[in-house]
Write a protein that binds this ligand. Sequence first.
Ligand code: PBG
Length: 309
Amino acid sequence: MRNLLRETRLHPHDFILPIFVNDGIQQATPIPSMPGVFNYPESRVGEVVRNVWDHGVQAVLLFGVTAKKDPVGGDTLGEDGLMARMIREAKSAAPELLVISDNCFCEYTDHGHCGVLRDGDVDNDATLENLGRQAVIAAKAGADLVAPSAMMDGQVAAMREELDDEGFPDVGIMSYSTKFASAFYGPFRDAVDSTFKGSRNTYQMDAANRREALDESLTDEEEGADILMVKPAMPYLDVIREIREATELPIAGYQVSGEYAMIKSAALSGALDEKAVALESLTSIKRAGADIVITYFALEAAEWIAAGA
Ligand code: PBG
């Protein structure tokens, strides 16, 4: 009876798995604050994405962690840079897999900000120009979707225009449209070895703002986004619902590193049942209105679902 009446179901096709690729290591390296999540060397990308596909998960979000950090994030701006190399590698190992490129600069800049700096703060418009170039490099390398996460005003329009001008009208944009300045990204910053010390409050959103949260996503829709996103997910389920009621676009909820770490560490200490809590959290994100869930639990959840969860 419960199965017949269930309103929200999880399926491996709902998930996007984030993957960290690090050009400065030779072996898979555990991320201490995210038990079960690794930084992978470039040589392992093919194997990792084939394993994703074998789990029935059909989309990955690639993050590059470069040893070559500089003030502009130059390792994303060339066809031989880390961003382009890892996309090509993933696409050639699993051609049917949807390969999504995280488009930002914070993993590639020596100051750790999401764009270029001027007078100690991020220069929005100069960053837009670089984001447009970066999107084209990702598209040329074979990315199916680009995912701008820098939270620069106008980034979706800038990328759409560059992609169209350069002959990539079919490459879609999954925008990190409503991205909060959140303390839940802490473990991610461990993962990408960010030297970042300041705050992103000048470009990411205030956790307290609901109307602005809606406006940010609707602005990205007008600029040409194909998929909207709310990030983090669980502390912002109300925001997912609000955007769901205001748009017909697909919505992704990003269960971020801190959400994952909370569940994992509580499970490891014996306080929570990992499988039950993870599946409940993923279900809540879909129930709130997300079509897609970006989660570090993607492979485990796919296994639990295949086993009849
Ligand atoms: C920025 C980016 C961040 C995350 C994804 N893309 C970090 C930030 O904005 O500070 C966080 C993801 C997570 O915490 O899991 N490129």
